[in-house]
Ligand binder design. Structure first.
Ligand SMILES: NC(=O)c1ccc[n+]([C@@H]2O[C@H](COP(=O)([O-])OP(=O)(O)OC[C@H]3O[C@@H](n4cnc5c(N)ncnc54)[C@H](OP(=O)(O)O)[C@@H]3O)[C@@H](O)[C@H]2O)c1
Length: 268
């Protein structure tokens, strides 16, 4: 039996992706959440619709939680076929503080490094990994020439990406961060930096997993009415879940290491 996992799935786009997978995927779907009570509510809501996802607690910023989840998947299923890295936070509005920026970078970007280390060895050959990024994850969000060149280099390394997020965090800490190094006057700065780092990491992870024909892509789900946007948006979460579900189930396996728009177009 195949296995699909969605992170941060107790609400919003992640919840809608689980719903979509339960309807279309021929296998076991894991709804995961950092908070078990919120997870239980989400499971109950899906059961009312006649859908039957499995549940496991998973806080993507907590190594021990990821380890416990890894052990459960290994023991029960031996591996997994699809993982959608959806969980994220956008940060505390307009004020860019060091503590909040670090929290956003840890959850939205660094968590993916722990997931890569602990979970990706369990992803079976021909599997699919999808990172839910954002329009904030496109390189055009960066206005600093040094980092544009570095992050778009074909010789990009993980050290470069880590240096990029550390450059941002130390700039915020010592007050040297310049808002015009980012688009839109540096609003939601940490979120932009984290999501650009996710897009860059997607390319590196694809290179590493290519020999097992595993695809790793990132995507922008559109502006979606969820708690993250305080209900503002163009799409409902169910509408926004259509492209991620398509990408992990129906898109050609040749779509690899790409950044994909909500309308399924592949961008550079
Ligand atoms: N909505 C949009 O317009 C939009 C646009 C571009 C990109 N995105 C991206 O789409 C994805 C989903 O966003 P959304 O709009 O659905 O946001 P949301 O409604 O705020 O949901 C975010 C989910 O992530 C979970 N989460 C946060 N930190 C976590 C952690 N440490 N471990 C596990 N789960 C955690 C939240 O759990 P709790 O309930 O416990 O907080 C929640 O389930 C995110 O990656 C976001 O960046 C959204």
């Amino acid at each position: 039996m195949k296995v699909a996992v969605v992170t941060g799935a107790n609400k919003g786009i992640g919840f809608a992706i689980v719903k979509g997978l339960c309807k279309k995927f021929n296998g076991t779907v894991y709804l995961t959440s950092r908070d078990p009570a919120r997870g239980a509510e989400a499971i109950a809501a899906l059961k009312k619709l006649g859908l039957n996802p499995e549940y496991h607690q998973l806080d993507i910023s907590d190594r021990s939680s990821i380890t416990k989840f890894r052990d459960c998947i290994k023991e029960k299923h031996g591996g997994l076929d699809i993982i959608i890295n959806n969980a994220a936070v956008s940060g505390a509005g307009m004020r860019t503080t060091y503590e909040d920026s670090k929290r956003v970078i840890d959850i939205d970007f660094r968590s993916l490094l722990i997931i890569e280390e602990l979970i990706y060895p369990l992803v079976r050959d021909n599997g699919r990994i999808l990172n839910i990024s954002s329009d904030c994850g496109h390189l055009s969000n960066i206005r600093n020439r040094y980092w544009i060149d570095k992050l778009s280099s074909k010789d990009l390394t993980l050290e470069d990406i880590n240096e990029f997020v550390n450059w941002f965090l130390s700039g915020v800490k010592d007050g040297t961060f310049r808002k015009d190094d980012l688009a839109d006057g540096g609003t939601i700065a940490a979120y932009r930096v984290a999501k650009v780092a996710v897009s860059a990491l997607t390319i590196l992870q694809q290179k590493k997993l290519d020999s097992r024909n595993i695809s790793v892509n990132s995507m922008h789900p559109g502006l979606v009415k969820t708690d993250m946007t305080q209900g503002k948006g163009v799409f409902t979460a169910d509408e926004a879940a259509e492209t991620p579900v398509y990408l992990v189930l129906d898109a050609p396996q040749t779509v690899k290491g790409s950044y994909i728009w909500f309308d399924k177009k592949i961008l550079n």
